[in-house]
Design a protein around this ligand. Structure first.
Ligand SMILES: [Zn+2]
Length: 653
C-alpha cells in the first residue's frame, strides 16, 4: 500500500486506506476490538462528559478561578478569523497530512508493522509531528464532524497503536540498533521520547473529546501506566526522569483531567521538581529548562519553546494543587517575560543559537528568532495564567501573540509556514538562517516541522479561547463575530453573540441572551492598548479609567445584573481605540514600534513603488528605513491614507 498521496487524493485515501489498515492491524485490546463495532470503549475509566471540555479541561481544577468553555460551544462567524480557520481545514490540515506522509513520518510506523521497507526518516522527535497533526484534527472535529477527515485520521491512529510493544513502549526512533538507548539519561536529555508521548497524549485527548474514541488515548495511558510509572519515578526501585524537552508535564496533567486519576499530577510534579540523582551540566539546566526544581527558577532562559512549555506545565500543576511556591515563581517569570523578553509581536526567543532567550532587553529585530512554537507556547502559558487569576493582563499577551507572532507563522493560503518570525527581514541580508530554503522564509516543509501542526492545532482550537466562566458569570476575552452557546455555572442556558469588525474597528456589539432572566456579571476585557473606552448598555453609558489591564466589573446602576432583567438590557456595545504603548521591546537603538490596536502594521523600507512587499514570502520591515515608531491614532490614520509604502499587517507579510 502506498501512502505517498497527492493532496488531490487526500479525500479518496480516507476510504481506500482504512480497510487495509484493519487487515494489518494487530489486536491491541479493547480499543481496537471495539473500533470494529464503531463504539470504542476505553480500557480505563475516562470522563464521560468528554464533549464539555475546553482547550484544557478546568471544570474540576480547584485553583482555576476561570473555567474553560468548550471549543464546540463557540461558533466563529465571518470576520477576521473565519478565513484563516476555513483555510486551516481546507488547505493546511490536508496539505500537512500529505507532507507528513511524503517525508516518511507514517512510514516510520508502517516499517515497524512490516508494511513499509522505508528507513527511519526525520529527527528524533518526528513521531510528535503525527501526534500534533492529530490534535489539530481532534480540535477541528470538536467544532464540526468531518467523516472523511475522521476516517483518514482513524487509519493513521491504528497504524500508530499497532506498533505499541507489550511493555507499553511506543516510539519509532529508538528501535533496532538504537533500542538499547531507550530512556538512558543521555537519551532523556536529547531523545524526546517523553516529548513525543506528551504530544501523543494531547492529540489523543483532543481526539477523544471530539468523538469519544479512546483508541489513541488508551495507547498513551498504556505507555504511562505500564511502561513509565513502573520503571521511572522517585522511588528507589525506579530510574530517574529528565523530561529533556518539557511537554510531558502539561500532557500528564491534562491526562489527569481526562481520567480523574491524580497520580498523573503527582508524576508531573515530580518531573517539574527534577531528580537529584541525575547529574546535569549547568548549560543543560539552562537550555532544557528542567532538571532542577521549577520553583528555583528566577528568569526565562535557554531554549524558548522548552521554557514556555515548562511554564505551561508548572501553571497546570498550580491549577491542580494550589502550590504557592509555583504561583510565586510563575509570576516572577511572567514579569521577566513582559519586562525584558517579549517582542511587540508576542514572539519570544531572541537568539537563533540554541533557539534561545537572550539577555534582558536583547531583542534584535532582524535576528529575532520568534519561533512560531514559542509564540504558541507563550499563548498557552498565558491562557493558563489567565485561568488561575482572572487577570486580563494575561489575555493581552495572548492577543498580541495570536494576532501577530503566531498568525504570521502560516501563509494566507495555509500551505507554507514561517519557522521564525523576524521583525525585519531582508531575503539577502543578515536574517538568513538555516530555516530559509532558497532564500524563502516561508516553506511548505521543514525537516523539523514542529511549527506547522502547532499552528494548525492552535487555529483549530481558537474558539475555545474566546470565553471563560466563573461563579459570577462570563468573561469575554477575544473579539470577533461569533456566538457562544453555553451555560452559567448554575446551569442557566446562555447565548452571547458578538458583532464587530475587530480588529479594524474597536466597536463591538455584544448581545447576551439567557434562556431565563438571571443575575450575573459580564466581564468585558478592556485591551491594554486601548486608551479611550466607552461601554454603552441601553440608556446607560459608562466611562471611566479602567486601567491599561485588568478585568472590569460593572456595578449598579449600570450593571448587567438587576431587577430589570435581561429583556431590556441584553445588548451593549464596547468601543476600544488605541495602539500599542509601553511595548517597546525593540532591541535596536532608536527604533520604536506602533500597532493598530491588536495588530502590528509592517512597512516596506524601500521607496514607494519599488516594493515587493505584496508577495507573501518576500519582505518585512517595520518603518521607513528600518524605523518604526509610536504614533497617535490620527497620525496612524493619516499615514495609512497617505503612505504609498504601507502594505500589510504583520500577520500577512
Ligand atoms: Zn516550532
Amino acid at each position: 500500500m502506498k501512502l505517498n498521496l497527492s493532496r488531490r487524493k487526500f479525500i479518496i485515501s480516507a476510504t481506500s486506506v482504512a480497510p487495509s489498515v484493519f487487515a494489518h492491524a494487530q489486536p491491541m485490546g479493547g480499543g481496537l476490538l471495539s473500533f470494529f463495532a464503531n463504539e470504542p470503549q476505553a480500557t480505563k475509566p475516562l470522563k464521560s462528559d468528554w464533549k464539555n471540555a475546553g482547550v484544557i479541561d478546568l471544570s474540576n481544577s480547584p485553583y482555576a478561578k476561570l473555567k474553560t468553555v468548550p471549543v464546540r460551544a463557540v461558533t466563529i462567524e465571518d470576520g477576521f478569523w473565519s478565513q484563516r480557520r476555513k483555510t486551516n481545514l481546507s488547505a493546511s490540515i490536508p496539505s500537512m497530512h500529505d507532507e507528513l506522509l511524503e517525508h516518511g513520518r507514517m512510514d516510520n510506523f508502517l516499517r515497524l508493522e512490516g508494511k513499509s521497507s522505508e528507513p527511519q526518516k526525520g529527527p528524533v522527535y518526528s513521531d510528535s509531528d503525527i501526534y500534533k497533526w492529530a490534535e489539530a484534527v481532534g480540535f477541528q472535529l470538536q467544532v464540526a464532524d468531518n467523516p472523511e477527515l475522521r476516517k483518514t485520521t482513524d487509519a493513521m491512529i491504528h497504524d500508530v497503536v499497532a506498533i505499541q510493544e507489550p511493555s507499553g513502549y511506543l516510539n519509532t526512533y529508538y528501535n533496532g540498533d538504537r533500542k538499547s538507548l531507550r530512556m538512558q539519561y543521555d537519551t532523556q536529555t536529547t531523545g524526546h521520547e517523553l516529548y513525543c508521548i506528551g504530544h501523543m497524549l494531547q492529540g489523543a485527548i483532543a481526539y477523544y473529546r471530539a468523538m469519544g474514541d479512546p483508541t489513541l488515548l488508551d495507547a498513551g495511558i498504556r505507555f504511562v501506566d505500564n511502561f513509565l510509572i513502573p520503571n521511572y519515578g522517585p522511588g528507589a526501585n525506579q530510574k530517574a526522569i529528565v523530561s529533556g524537552h518539557p511537554e510531558i508535564e502539561m500532557a500528564l496533567i491534562e491526562l489527569s483531567r481526562a481520567t480523574g486519576d491524580r497520580k498523573y499530577v503527582d508524576l508531573a510534579g515530580y518531573i517539574l521538581h527534577g531528580d537529584e540523582r541525575v547529574s546535569l551540566k549547568p548549560q543543560q539546566i539552562v537550555y532544557m529548562y528542567c532538571g532542577i526544581p521549577f520553583t528555583s527558577r528566577t528568569k526565562l532562559e535557554g531554549h524558548a519553546v522548552r521554557a514556555m512549555y515548562a511554564c505551561c506545565g508548572a501553571t497546570d500543576y498550580y491549577l491542580e494543587t494550589g502550590d504557592q511556591a509555583y504561583w510565586k515563581t510563575l509570576n516572577v517569570l511572567w514579569n521577566d517575560l513582559t519586562a525584558h523578553q517579549l517582542y511587540v509581536n508576542g514572539g519570544v526567543g531572541a537568539r537563533a543559537a540554541g533557539e534561545a532567550f537572550g539577555d534582558q532587553y536583547e531583542l534584535p529585530n532582524a535576528q529575532a528568532y520568534g519561533e512560531s512554537c514559542a509564540a504558541i507556547g507563550n499563548m498557552m502559558w498565558n491562557w493558563r495564567m489567565l485561568a488561575a487569576s482572572g487577570d486580563a493582563k494575561f489575555t493581552d499577551v495572548i492577543e498580541r501573540a495570536l494576532y501577530n507572532g503566531i498568525n504570521s507563522g502560516m501563509s494566507l493560503d495555509g500551505k507554507t509556514y514561517c519557522y521564525r518570525n523576524p521583525l525585519a527581514f531582508d531575503p539577502a541580508g543578515e536574517s538568513r538562517d538555516r530555516h530559509l530554503v532558497d532564500g524563502k522564509i516561508r516553506n511548505a516543509w521543514y525537516d523539523t516541522t514542529c511549527c506547522p501542526p502547532n499552528l494548525e492545532r492552535t487555529f483549530a482550537s481558537l474558539s475555545g479561547y474566546f470565553y471563560s466562566t466563573n461563579a459570577d458569570g462570563v468573561y469575554v476575552h477575544l473579539y470577533d463575530n461569533s456566538e457562544m452557546d453555553w451555560h452559567l455555572h448554575d446551569g442557566t442556558r446562555l447565548k452571547v453573540q458578538q458583532k464587530t469588525n475587530y480588529p479594524w474597528s474597536g466597536d463591538v456589539k455584544i448581545t447576551v441572551s439567557p434562556t431565563t432572566p438571571k443575575e450575573f456579571v459580564m466581564y468585558v476585557r478592556i485591551p491594554a492598548w486601548s486608551t479611550k473606552n466607552s461601554v454603552t448598555r441601553a440608556d446607560c453609558v459608562l466611562h471611566g479609567t479602567f486601567g491599561s489591564v485588568g478585568s472590569w466589573r460593572w456595578d449598579e446602576p449600570c450593571g448587567l445584573y438587576g431587577a430589570a432583567g435581561w429583556g431590556d438590557y441584553g445588548a451593549f456595545r464596547s468601543w476600544f481605540v488605541g495602539w500599542s504603548d509601553g511595548a517597546d521591546s525593540s532591541g535596536d537603538d532608536q527604533q520604536v514600534c506602533y500597532g493598530y490596536g491588536a495588530v502590528l502594521p509592517c512597512f516596506d523600507s524601500e521607496a514607494p513603488g519599488e516594493s515587493d512587499c505584496g508577495e507573501a514570502d518576500s519582505l518585512l520591515c517595520l518603518g521607513e528605513s528600518g524605523v518604526c515608531f509610536y504614533a497617535g491614532l490620527d497620525s496612524l490614520q493619516g499615514r495609512l491614507e497617505a503612505s504609498a509604502d504601507f502594505h500589510l499587517f504583520f500577520w500577512a507579510w
